[in-house]
Ligand binder design. Structure first.
Ligand code: GAR
Length: 210
């Protein structure tokens, strides 16, 4: 039985999608804990209601990123996870922390990387007049929103879209590709080729939603 620890900062809809897929698809894995850096993160309630251990490591209580990351790693490692899943976890991580979880920590970012790293991805895509938007699941490295891409989904930008309508369309894609990516990791289906990752059996690592 493999163990997951999921980190959130807010509503936790991606965490929810992963918890539900794990149960519905009978993964040989369990979500050992959901950890938030915000005491008021909405997703903590869902996790607790589903019998999952929850913890809060409030970044405001630490004087440096290093001190926060050290405590966060201590709490995470207490659950002995095989994989750490960042699901809307909105903190910049220190190189020591990312190195500690090298090749065993995933993130989801709401753009087609390498476009639009950082914040406000949908606003920036709309401002640029992009006709396609999307989402990327990738392994976490020291460089923000870089690291080997596991899966990407593309969605159309429609006339009249605003950040709210576009983010809702992208979020539906997130809920498909994040559970899928986590499942592949747990099944040892992801194969490293240098610093890139592909699926062992050549399964499509891209999804196109009309
Ligand atoms: C998601 O859209 C995720 O892609 C984004 O935050 C949202 C969290 O939603 N992550 C980032 O922007 C990371 N830089 P959720 O809490 O409902 O899963």
């Amino acid at each position: 039985m493999k163990r997951l620890v999921i980190l959130i900062s807010g509503r936790g809809s991606n965490m929810e999608a992963i918890v539900k897929a794990c149960a519905a698809q009978g993964w040989s894995a369990e979500v050992a804990a959901v950890i938030s850096n915000r005491p008021d993160a909405g997703g903590l309630q869902f996790a607790a209601q589903h019998g999952i251990a929850t913890a809060v490591v409030d970044h405001k209580a630490y004087s440096s990123r290093e001190a926060f990351d050290a405590e966060l790693a201590r709490v995470i490692d207490g659950y002995a996870p095989d994989l750490v899943v960042l699901a809307g976890f909105m903190r910049i991580l220190t190189p020591g922390f990312t190195a500690h979880y090298a090749r065993r920590m995933l993130n989801i970012h709401p753009s087609l990387l390498p476009a639009f790293t950082g914040l406000h991805t949908h606003e920036r895509a709309l401002e640029m007049g992009c006709k396609i938007a999307g989402v990327t699941v990738h392994f976490v490295t020291a460089e923000l929103d870089h690291g080997a891409i596991v899966m990407q989904a593309a969605v159309p930008v429609r006339a009249g879209d605003d950040a709210k309508s576009l983010s809702a369309r992208v979020l539906a894609a997130e809920h498909q590709i994040y559970p899928q990516s986590v499942r592949w990791f747990l099944e040892d289906a992801l194969v490293w080729d240098g610093d890139r990752v592909h699926h062992r059996d050549g399964m499509a690592q891209s999804l196109f939603l009309a």
